[in-house]
Design a binder for this molecule. Structure first.
Ligand code: ZN
Length: 347
């Protein structure tokens, strides 16, 4: 039995994203095989394809961190009650037994990895994962919305928790129409903050407003941070949600209030930034790094999704055979929200 999958054998351009027929993998002890209904892209998919200087990915590799589907086979030691259940996959992998895992801080585990980054992922008709990755599909939520949710929701939630965003504070979401940005705006509103967002096009800014941003700023204007200052009576934002890096860093720092926290999970435009320490300590500001989040938080987040308090914003839907176009759309920053890969044509 074979399945269609995407595979990266060597890093490079779109021509290095191969579509192949491959043997359907068998679940080992403690693992299950999920027949995927839908998957979703994250920026990590681009890094896996293009490569990251100084970082070794275990090639060849099937990319894809997010997915949802039905459990169709189980390995040794796995309860057969999982068979035929509808599931969403937790993207973060960890040992499950070390002190940090036991404390719920699985993203700090020394063996931490991500589906599609450290083992084969979801851009395939089926994927084998540890049993621990299975989360119940929230009732009433489409397969596409389920697949689009976990990584960006978990990342955004963890960032806002670390930044200790409080009710009544101001939150500035850089690139509000990105996958994590759309989540951060909704979460900021849920947490009782006044939310601002930047966007490079009118459509992206409109999306941010539809999600609850009270004001949006045109990021193609180099002086957008001045408008933010005006909107906050000169004080700036209490929390800044960053995932762009070089291109926005200086404007973000200028927008940060005294006592403010800037939290970053990515550097899609480059990661070499400079910081004027004098300004940082005089203003009692904090810079916080964050990647992924606590797996246990996904249960709560999926509940919020089921209650329609958080929703997946879907930019576009592509067939697996059309993965090149999906990568291209993400790489050229055309997308607003999540790019979904429809694995089952009927979903
Ligand atoms: Zn661990």
């Amino acid at each position: 039995m074979t399945m269609l999958c995407a595979r990266v054998r060597e890093h490079g351009g779109l021509d290095h994203l191969l579509l192949e027929q491959s043997e359907i993998p068998e679940p080992g002890p403690g693992e299950v095989r999920v027949r995927l209904k839908a998957a979703a892209l994250n920026h990590l998919d681009l890094w896996v394809r293009k490569g990251v200087s100084g970082h070794q990915f275990p090639l060849p590799l099937i990319p894809g961190c997010d997915g949802a589907g039905i459990v169709e086979a189980i390995g040794e030691g796995v309860s057969d009650t999982h068979l035929d259940t509808e599931v969403v996959l937790a993207p973060g992998l960890s040992c499950g037994v070390c002190a940090r895992c036991a404390a719920g801080d699985d993203m700090l585990c020394s063996e931490y990895g991500i589906l599609g980054e450290t083992r084969d992922g979801t851009c395939a008709e089926a994927v084998v994962v540890p049993e621990a990755q299975l989360l119940a599909r929230p009732a009433g939520i489409s397969w596409q919305e389920c697949a689009a949710f976990p990584l960006s929701a978990l990342t955004a939630w963890s960032m806002l928790q670390k930044a200790n965003l409080n009710r009544g504070e101001t939150l500035l979401v850089i690139a509000g129409a990105s996958g994590v940005g759309t989540m951060a705006i909704q979460m900021g509103v849920l947490l009782g903050a006044r939310v601002f967002a930047t966007g490079s096009t009118e459509a992206k800014r409109k999306l941010a407003e539809d999600l609850g941003a009270s004001e949006t700023l045109d990021s193609t204007d180099d002086e957008w941070w001045r408008s933010l200052k005006k909107l906050t009576s000169g004080s700036g934002a209490d929390v800044i949600f960053e995932n762009v890096g070089e291109a926005t860093w200086q404007s973000s720092l200028r927008s940060l209030a005294s006592g403010g926290r800037i939290v970053t999970c990515g550097a899609t435009s480059g990661s070499n930034v400079s910081i004027e320490l004098k300004r940082l300590f005089f203003k009692n500001q904090q810079i916080i790094g964050s990647t992924m989040g606590r797996r246990q938080d996904l249960h709560r987040l999926l509940k919020l999704q089921q209650q329609n308090q958080l929703r997946s914003v879907i930019d576009s839907v592509h067939a697996l055979e059309d993965l090149h176009a999906a990568h291209q759309r993400m790489e050229q920053r055309e997308s607003a929200g999540k790019i979904v890969i429809r694995i089952d044509p009927d979903c």
